[in-house]
Design a protein around this ligand. Sequence first.
Ligand code: NAI
Ligand SMILES: N[C@@H](CC=O)C(=O)O
Ligand code: NA
Length: 433
Amino acid sequence: MKPVKVGICGLGTVGSGSFNILLNNAEEITRRVGRSIVIEQIGARRDNDTCDISGINITRDIFDVVNNPEIDIVLELIGGTTIAKKLVLTAIENGKHVVTANKALIAEHGNEIFAKAQEKGVMVAFEAAVAGGIPIIKTLREGLSANRIEWLAGIINGTGNFILTEMSEKKRNFDDVLAEAQALGYAEADPTFDVEGIDAAHKLTILASIAFGIPLQFEKTYTEGISRITAEDVAFAGQLGYAIKHLGIARRTKQGIELRVHPTLISKKQLLANVNGVMNAIMVQGDVVGPTLTYGAGAGALPTGSSVVADVIDVARTLTADPTNRVPHLAFQANALSDVEILPVEEIECGFFLNMTIQDRAGVLANITQILSLNDISIESLIQQEREGSDLVPLVVMTHDVKERNMNAAISAIEALPDVAGTVQRIRVENLA
Ligand SMILES: NC(=O)C1=CN([C@@H]2O[C@H](COP(=O)(O)OP(=O)(O)OC[C@H]3O[C@@H](n4cnc5c(N)ncnc54)[C@H](O)[C@@H]3O)[C@@H](O)[C@H]2O)C=CC1
Ligand SMILES: N[C@@H](CC=O)C(=O)O
Ligand code: NA
């Protein structure tokens, strides 16, 4: 059988990982596919020391790759949403299948890209875009397709989890750990995407569409990152038996769909609380299977390349199959996506961990508890600590579940008290059951 010809655009972390896997595991891959997969051309600004490209056609113009008539599958591994979008749409227009690791591109422009791909009868595969090496797209789209998915919650940014783990276990500072994550190739080109939750929001948008059969709606995903989390928050949460994890949560309710990314307190007894470093994990609750958990490296050259190459293999295997019988991009048929509402974050109900600095004076605590009670918020536990030589002391309050709207009102009132210094740190608490 004729070999399947691949063109790689971008030879950075993920491009080099995918290149090396395609070469090093070529024999195993051929046994799986029934035909060989060859790298026909690479489009890259510069060579990469980890790749032996001898004998391979290299171009500095990535558009040569998508216009190369020999190429069957284009690997978009450059990142970003401007040139990458043009590149992918041109590849599709030229009748090529696309494999991408680009979550920003899929979350923000996937609806348009998939429509174009459907029109042209080509595949766009994006397993590497969510949770690096974990086959979560395949799990949701195929492995769990008998289920009505009720909710999913996951640690879906490796850089963020690496930072929180190192801060918590080794007491390292934020900037220092972020620099290491960048050096290891985990972080996005703009690392604010990692630390401000944008990258996780891109991934959650994709997961929610596949889980619930809704169009991609990145702009409606509530997004909060880890940049405000302090070592003190981590320590107090630990005292109360909780870990702070950056979670993406998507849940169906009677009113609509919760779609949110934020730092979250979860009990240390939860499996997710013990997912550390660059590792990612996603819990999916299906109505018939119950809870499932997938775990693996969320970033890095080879783990991400593992997903890229698995997609290449899937596409190569499917090339002979009937195009109308392929697995749909968002798991549900394009004309069967539902328009159920994404809920505003004010409507979401959960517990809260509040960390604030107050004057060590009689009556302050009573004022705070009164505000909470006026807003129908009940307290689960409380830590008040003396601080030697200072009138200002930390106060940590854990609440039972309450609507975000009530919590907003309470926090505004608490911050307005003269005896409360600065702002109140708020972290949501989830029971994940
Ligand atoms: N690094 C990781 O662990 C993961 C990254 N991703 C995604 O994979 C994609 C690539 O990320 P990385 O490999 O980490 O980035 P990177 O910055 O290491 O690699 C991107 C490469 O593309 C090249 N490039 C960019 N624009 C180009 C152009 N116009 N012409 C030619 N070359 C161009 C750059 O020179 C660079 O070598 C991004 O969409 C990222 O979000 C997804 C999962 C994990
Ligand atoms: N920057 C991302 C890379 C993988 O998607 C992360 O840290 O998770
Ligand atoms: Na994946």
